[in-house]
Design a protein around this ligand. Sequence first.
Ligand SMILES: Cc1ncc(COP(=O)(O)O)c(C=O)c1O
Length: 482
Amino acid sequence: MNNASKSQKNEPFRYEQIASEVIRLIAQGTYRPGERIPSVRQMSTQQGVSISSVLQAYLQLENQGVIEARPQSGYYVRAPSAENYPEPEISSPSLDPNHVNLHDLMMMAMRDSTNASLIQLGAAMPNLELLPIERINRILASLARTAEPGAHSYELPPGLEELRVQIAKRALLSGCQFSPNEIVITSGGVEGIHLCLYAVCNPGDIVAIESPMYFGTLQLLEVHGLRALEIPTNPREGISLSALQFAIEHNPIKAVLTISNFNNPLGSCIPDEKKKDLVELLARYEIPLIDNDVSGEIYFSEKRPMVTKAFDQKGLVMLCSSFSKDISPSLRVGWVVPGRFKNKIEWLKFTTSAATARLPQMAIAQFLESGGYDHQLRRIRREYASNVALLSQAVTRAFPAGTRVTRPVGGFVLWVQLPENVDSLELYALSLKNNITITPGYLFSPTNHFSNFIRLNAAAWSYPIERAVRRLGELVFELAGT
Ligand SMILES: Cc1ncc(COP(=O)(O)O)c(C=O)c1O
């Protein structure tokens, strides 16, 4: 295939593959800053490619600032500049509650996110290659062969007992002790949050949220006619408790919504001690906390962070989660531990959708029971930590000065603050013309105060993705006028 048809098909050239491989080796720590990488001749022999391909790859890496040539000596890894890139500062949203009106923008982004011909850096889709799809398929096939007719009856709330038992066992790892009877199975995490809002709020009520906040949740506020009160949020440690307390003292807040473990898009994690303070603060005012833990298992540190529910003395914390990020988004299985609102949630679940499909619940219960989940999670955590680092380094190399990038400690998205004058919707339109999707910052706030931010999905890493990030960088340069 000639070069022109390769680039049309978005396939990488040989030199790009080599360049990407070197980037991966550096990100994984095989070659450290200051160390020499294989010479052009060695690399050409190792990889079975021509000298000119390696030379071209090294030239590209030099231009990108990844390596430097030292006369008479060879090529060396340069100190990574990612460390020098500042993080976004704590957010400073409006002090007033606001209705949400994001549906048009959201539907546009949703449609583009399903277009397989685009390089998808927008939607927070897990990397399907890292999910235990074969195992789940085998379990489903065996269930389909052997399931009794009863497996096709309604699995009425609270949902399949075997699954609830497995969830209660795993909860111990996040510092929580609750019985299977305290859990209600839902159709994905989003349904859980929807039911919680339904249970504790009425149209017009005010819900305090982390800012920025995952747009799926903002959509729920819109659908319920609720007003969002955005609370300043630190990109590492989550919601500001002093700002939250101030907001509570000045507004009749009905509920607080957080993603305490790995906020989407920030990748922040509220430290365990601060989680305790958050739960105690809300307990003093008798305000329910809806905490979304869908990415809680995807941590990059040694230990799973606790969940806010672990500190709940009054039954006010409603813990929501799902298996969408680490087993399968398509099975649509999630769960809520709603504390004192259990009966209401069960009733609302029954009223809204009667039941969650039984066979997917059986498949996940079997998968959890068989012990494959931890192995699976270890792999996902390792890969996502590496891919987040690769993407953030690529952004650092490609984007202009004035860019800021988060340092996520879990999950798989990156939040990028662009130079002040770059509008993320303009960038969205330009990216699409270049067959790339991003998520514009507008979607993460009802008050547009993230107009110069974008969220990028770091779940996968590949040559086309690396090329797309470089192209995005060029577009940002263009819009920034630098
Ligand atoms: C923070 C957050 N919550 C909830 C969801 C949706 O979860 P589910 O697919 O289980 O409904 C997502 C998916 O992107 C998410 O990122």
